[in-house]
Ligand binder design. Structure first.
Ligand SMILES: C[S@@+](CC[C@H](N)C(=O)[O-])C[C@H]1O[C@@H](n2cnc3c(N)ncnc32)[C@H](O)[C@@H]1O
Length: 249
């Protein structure tokens, strides 16, 4: 695996700007073609290039599958350039999190959005400690949503859970990714279809907090998948059908 430096990133951007192929760039920088391509796309995402961020496709999916009459409060763990905050703020109050001050300042200029500069993986614990509840949570990071499970469900009594899931197999599937897929999703064959495994895993994580998660939509967009679940908190007795005298019969 290559360790990227600012200097190497600049070289990559410059070479790509001059029209070099990923193969030529890989040759010149002494890296693999996959590495060159993956890094270039990541840098373009950071620049909010639509071609790599897909705000239009994400928005279309949200508007088609989310019933906003049920949504008053939104929690967005990676608010970024505010592409999704702008949509959510038309219907609800939005709490956004991002660790980049410029992006946070921008999101705070959107009416209806309160954006906090923080690490999303830590901020969620604060939300839980403060007893917050949301009607829609969107996890649109560059990486997998795995580290939010299962505790994210504590913020949802009845609402939507939406997340981005980078397609498996797009980036080089090295040992760390393989361990990640196996640990969080029970995926052992990274070449086989994986959607159902992800759905099962999310439903299992929901159940750990007595939430029933139902898949509403799954959309594949270029290098990412977007999952939308409807989540409801249920009592353990309702879930299991167990009858307890004096309590539910
Ligand atoms: C894919 S972008 C989000 C795009 C955003 N949903 C939009 O529609 O504009 C991911 C964002 O996560 C932010 N980020 C990366 N790691 C983070 C972390 N640990 N905590 C908070 N924000 C983070 C980056 O600054 C970036 O803006």
């Amino acid at each position: 695996m290559i360790k990227w430096t600012k200097k190497k990133e600049q070289q990559l951007l410059k070479l790509r700007d001059t029209g070099k192929s990923y193969a030529d760039i890989a040759d010149e920088l002494g890296i693999t073609i996959g590495s060159a391509k993956h890094k270039y796309i990541r840098l373009m995402q950071v620049r909010n290039e639509s071609k790599y961020h897909h705000p239009i496709e994400k928005t279309e999916q949200i508007l088609k599958y989310v019933d906003f009459s049920k949504v008053k409060r939104v929690y967005e763990t990676f608010a970024g350039h505010g592409n999704l905050s702008t949509i959510y703020a038309k219907y609800a109050k939005v709490v956004g999190i991002d660790n980049n001050k410029t992006k946070v300042d921008f999101c705070n200029s959107i009416r209806g959005v309160t954006c906090i500069k923080d690490d999303s993986y830590r901020n969620i614990y604060k939300q839980i400690l403060d007893g917050k509840r949301y009607d829609l949570i969107d996890i649109d990071g560059y990486c997998y949503p795995s580290r939010f499970f299962p505790h994210i469900f504590l913020l949802l009594n009845k609402g939507y859970l939406i997340f981005t899931f980078p397609k498996i197999g797009v980036q080089k599937c090295h040992a760390v990714y393989k361990l990640h897929y196996a640990t969080f999703y029970g995926i052992h064959d990274t070449l086989a279809p994986y959607k159902d495994k992800v759905v099962e895993a999310v439903q299992r994580y929901g159940m750990m907090n007595f939430r029933v998660a139902k898949l509403i939509n799954y959309t594949r967009i270029d290098r990412i998948d977007r999952f939308i679940f409807w989540v409801e908190r249920k009592s353990s007795l309702d879930i299991t059908g167990l009858k307890v005298k004096g309590i539910n019969y």
